[in-house]
Design a binder for this molecule. Structure first.
Ligand code: FAD
Length: 353
């Protein structure tokens, strides 16, 4: 064998990256196989971390646990790569009707929502060039992960360490403890949307959805907060903002290029939603799409293959990977290494595969 590793990881999206990092931190050797799929969700993700569902003002699943775990994880990752990728960023919800004002007040008093939002609404200042007479409500504990730089930087480290195979994983070479010339103890599939076609984990109830994100340049939009109404306006780099995101449940899946195709009607939608929020001038610099790896019950799907004891899956991060993945990766390692029980709502064994 050319190389022996503890873990072979298939996929270097957010899931594979965080898993490789945490395993390395725990002294395990890893090798990652990644093809660089064009429609991978992590290539497009904006990196917004928001503990509240802003349509209904409900607290997201396990929000408090993730909020508690994330800062130290992201700090460790920043230190490892020698750069800052995770930033606190106040989220400002634009509110345009009395009904919305009443709903904000109503929800403030329910289910500990007061831990996550400021009660007081303020007038939208001129700095956001509001398109109407908005009030602004602030969501606390929101943040931003610069995933667009984080993943390529982590990949460079893997390449330096000779720990990545840049190819499509070929199942015909997979043996019990080896893949081509690599011997492994454990293999973990972190394939995102492509997991739907994994022959070892058949019939998983994926509910994939396609998202589109628009990048714009502007010297009039605010760079110190994330604005949200029907879409978000996220300051991502100096004078650059990400606008998104959209959801589609039907698209052409005939090829990788087709899956990656831009949806013109969604671009128009993003522009019109942005017009409802602000009168700031901007120019569009990029439009991208990706397929979110969601599961029907909207929970991740993590666990051990029912028959092959050294084969695992870590998938189903859906639209909140940046929020959930750090703690879930830690729980996964506890499970794979020490047999610690997984959270029942993420465990693969809730489905027949
Ligand atoms: C438009 C859009 C906006 C989003 N915004 C946010 C956001 O603001 N905040 C947030 O938390 N989440 C966001 N998401 C969701 C986020 O992208 C996902 O939760 C997360 O990135 C999923 O990561 P993953 O590693 O599971 O899958 P993926 O990102 O799909 O990664 C899978 C990886 O596996 C590789 N791969 C797959 N199969 C193979 C194979 N057979 N051989 C070799 N390599 C393979 C692919 O090349 C890819 O690199 C957004 C998604 C979209 C589409």
């Amino acid at each position: 064998m050319e190389k022996k590793v503890d873990y072979l990881i298939v996929g270097q999206g957010l899931a594979g990256t965080f898993l490789a990092f945490q395993l390395m931190q725990k002294g395990k050797s890893v090798l990652v196989v990644d093809k660089g799929l064009k429609y991978a969700s992590s290539r497009v993700a904006a990196g917004v971390i928001n503990p509240i569902v802003l349509k209904r003002f409900t607290i997201t699943w396990r929000a408090k646990e993730f909020l508690k775990y994330n800062p130290s994880f992201y700090k460790k990752l920043d230190t490892y790569l020698g750069n800052q990728y995770h930033f606190d960023l106040p989220l400002k919800k634009l509110i345009s009707s009395q009904e919305e004002i009443d709903f904000w007040e109503h929800r403030y008093h329910k289910e500990n929502v007061s831990d996550f939002i400021n009660r007081k609404l303020i007038d939208a200042g001129n700095e956001i060039l509001p398109a109407q007479n908005f009030k602004v409500g602030t969501v606390k504990q929101a943040s931003w992960l610069n995933i667009g730089e984080l993943l390529p930087d982590f990949r460079s480290r893997l390449i330096q360490n000779n720990s990545v195979l840049e190819e499509d994983f070929d199942f015909s070479f997979l043996q019990k403890n080896s893949y081509k010339k690599i011997e492994f103890k454990t293999i973990v599939f972190c394939e995102g949307a492509r997991g739907k076609y994994n022959p070892l984990f058949k019939n998983l109830p994926f509910s994939l959805n396609k998202g589109q994100l628009m990048t714009v340049k502007s010297d009039q939009l605010p760079s110190n907060c994330l604005l949200k109404k029907k879409v978000f306006i996220l300051p991502a780099a100096k004078g650059e903002f990400k606008i998104g995101a959209t959801y589609s449940w039907k698209w052409d899946t005939s090829s990788e290029a087709a899956e990656h195709q831009i949806e013109e009607e969604k671009t128009d939608m993003l522009k019109s939603y942005m017009k409802e929020m602000t009168s700031a001038n901007y120019t569009v610099s990029k439009i991208e799409t990706g397929i979110r790896p969601s599961i029907k019950d909207r929970r991740p799907i993590i666990g051990q293959h029912p028959d092959k004891k050294n084969v695992y899956i870590f998938n189903g991060l859906g639209s909140r990977g940046c929020f959930m993945a750090p703690l879930l990766v830690d729980e996964f390692i506890g499970h794979a290494e020490h047999g610690t029980a997984l959270h029942p709502e993420v465990n693969l064994n809730r489905y027949n595969t």
